[in-house]
Design a protein around this ligand. Sequence first.
Ligand SMILES: CC(C)(COP(=O)(O)OP(=O)(O)OC[C@H]1O[C@@H](n2cnc3c(N)ncnc32)[C@H](O)[C@@H]1OP(=O)(O)O)[C@@H](O)C(=O)NCCC(=O)NCCS
Length: 287
Amino acid sequence: MDIQIKTEYWGSHEARQAFKTFILGIHGLDFTEWEARGFWDHAYTPFSYFKGGEVIASVCIYLLDAIIAGNKTKLVQISGVGTHKSWRRKGLSRELTDLGLEWARDKHSGVFLFADEEAIPYYERCGFTSINETLEYYHIEPVSAKQGLLQLNPTNQEILDRIYNYANLRTPISDKFCVFSSKLLMFHALYTMREKMHEIPDLDCLVFFDRKREVVNIYDILGRTIPSFDEIYPYLSADTDRRIHFHFHTDKLGIKGIRTKTTTGNNTFVKGSFPVLEPSFPFTSRA
Ligand SMILES: CC(C)(COP(=O)(O)OP(=O)(O)OC[C@H]1O[C@@H](n2cnc3c(N)ncnc32)[C@H](O)[C@@H]1OP(=O)(O)O)[C@@H](O)C(=O)NCCC(=O)NCCS
């Protein structure tokens, strides 16, 4: 077979373009804006099979900062996984994954990924196991609203730079468990969180949230220190609010009466043992 493996090739414009074309074809995801705005992350390491100038199978190994029980460490997230239709079931994806994990050996304390529904049998076949996550939530009574919440518009480079600055200076959202990366956060700023980003200048923090009927989803809070939830909530409060879902661990928010439930909805998989039982992966750590 006239195919060759390449890795760590972000320095090559052509190879990077081939990767972007491949990801657009497989996942419908266009990385152009993330790249053009200057947030492409070299820690997102590709292991790809090329045929000529074209990527036919690829796996990315994303080494991310993490906090586990107060200690700084690294975790690997496997992402950007795909094999071109005509090259499937030949062992390419498993081979690239094994190669990537071998490269990352000794650099991390655990491996995780979020599987698309249709890829679950593949991951199971390759020795990954499903784990539960925890969802933390809270029943809320609306309070009298405070003025001073600003919605941020991510089409403006100045605003993006302000968000990036917050991301670089932030304190991790949890001491119990979290995964974080400022460049991955900017991916979310540009793709998944576009309408959800707000600044509270009084508290010197950003809050990423949305509201679906009576449920407020809070996806992330970025600040040099994390204000208590009692300080934050008046800026968000609406009469319809009945429940808050937190998409991260809330140990720094000082909430009394937080509830937890087990969830499998993210199709979270790990390889080998994972250092935390039923973690809550921050939404903005998903690649
Ligand atoms: C999932 C995907 C990456 C697998 O790629 P691949 O190169 O065909 O996988 P491999 O050939 O390395 O397969 C490894 C093992 O998994 C099995 N396998 C692969 N796809 C499978 C499937 N859909 N169902 C069941 N088993 C599967 C293979 O048969 C092989 O098993 P065996 O050798 O032990 O018998 C590919 O089907 C794909 O690109 N799907 C669309 C994108 C996608 O879902 N990506 C993952 C997003 S999280």
